[in-house]
Design a protein around this ligand. Structure first.
Ligand code: SF4
Length: 336
């Protein structure tokens, strides 16, 4: 019996009406000699089975740290200080290391930004893609390699039969990225966390990968957390958008509502900096200033030094998340 069969994850389709992944008050800190940095600050996020939630924000806003935290992969000296990440009825952060490793193989997958860190340099690619099938489905070596070849074809690698015997260093960066995506998707996980999965790929392959992820969420009911800085990708595939700034969730909304007009001034700035055909030749509106350093976070609303609408309470008090119509939440005093 595979290790994951012994766990109490609720099987797909039996999880009831609630979200498949429920992140509650997740806080991740780094204890440094200079003091404590809070990289993820009390984030709540819910993802239903079959939904794609895009986590957006500039580099350094805590998107990647949030996804690593959900999977218990925060690098030292960081640690999850509080909160839960309940997936299919179990808190992923309360699993033993062995349970977590087993879950990551079969039910939960992550696509990382850097494929070389996820691939074993001394094993042929085919064995690496086939391994989860052998371990978790108890397939023969031949069956597993056939499944690997089919998956490599699905992620758009030409001549997948030949790629099976290649080593990671013999492939280009874009090919390695696709191998890693094949590994992550081959068991149709129930939860997929994809961190900038298509950044290194050209537009055609990017579309192919996004189609695969969409198909997985639609057909297998997978809950997908898609971390990206690319709002064009969000508009194509996401059901909902979660905007992060300086470690905090500042807005989340169904995707149509967000693109109709973000409520939070930071989301408004992000959308205004998205190039559109009509904007050709015109200067894009960039958000003034920089994402703050975690060791010198502004007081109150962390966005206040860059916010064109900052007023009375913004510098002094942390705004809570206000619930608005249509299932939108926004962390901004304008909505008090
Ligand atoms: Fe701007 Fe104030 Fe809203 Fe922060 S709370 S986004 S500073 S208006």
């Amino acid at each position: 019996m595979a290790a994951t069969d012994k766990q109490d994850f609720i099987p797909p389709g039996e999880a009831g009406p609630g979200p498949l992944l429920s992140v509650e008050g997740l806080t991740t800190v780094f204890e440094l000699p200079s003091g404590r940095l809070t990289a993820v600050d009390g984030v709540d996020l819910a993802v239903a089975g079959g939904d794609i939630v895009a986590v957006v924000g500039e580099s350094g806003c805590g998107k990647t740290m949030l996804s690593l935290s959900v999977l218990g992969l925060v690098p030292p000296p960081g640690r999850v200080a509080s909160g839960r990440a309940v997936f299919a009825g179990r808190d992923l952060l309360a699993l033993s290391e062995r349970e977590r490793r087993a879950a990551r193989g079969a039910k939960v997958s992550m696509i990382f930004q850097e494929p070389m860190t996820a691939l074993n340099p001394v094993l042929p690619v085919g064995e690496q893609v086939a391994e989860p099938v052998r371990v978790h489905r108890r397939a023969s070596k031949r069956e597993a390699l056939a499944a690997a070849e089919a998956m490599l074809a699905k992620v758009g690698l030409p001549d997948p039969a030949r790629v099976l015997s290649r080593y990671p260093h013999e492939l280009s960066g874009g090919q390695r990225q696709r191998v890693m995506i094949a590994m992550a998707l081959i068991l149709s996980p129930q939860l997929l966390i994809a961190d900038e999965p298509t950044t290194a790929l050209d537009v055609t392959v990017q579309r192919q990968i996004l189609d695969l992820v969409e198909g997985l969420s639609r057909d297998a009911g997978t809950a997908v957390v898609l971390v990206t800085h690319n709002l064009g990708v969000v508009a194509q595939v996401a059901d909902a958008v979660a905007v992060m700034y300086a470690g905090r969730l500042v807005e989340d909304a169904p995707v149509a509502l967000f693109f109709d007009g973000p409520a939070h001034p930071y989301g408004q700035g992000l959308l205004a900096s998205l190039p559109r055909l009509a904007d050709r030749g015109r200067r894009l509106a960039a958000i003034p200033g920089m994402v703050p350093n975690l060791s010198r976070l502004p007081s109150g609303c962390h966005f206040h030094p860059r916010c064109p609408r900052a007023f009375g309470p913004c510098a002094g008090e942390v705004p809570p998340l206000f619930s608005l119509a249509g299932g939108r939440r926004v962390r901004c005093w304008l909505y008090a």
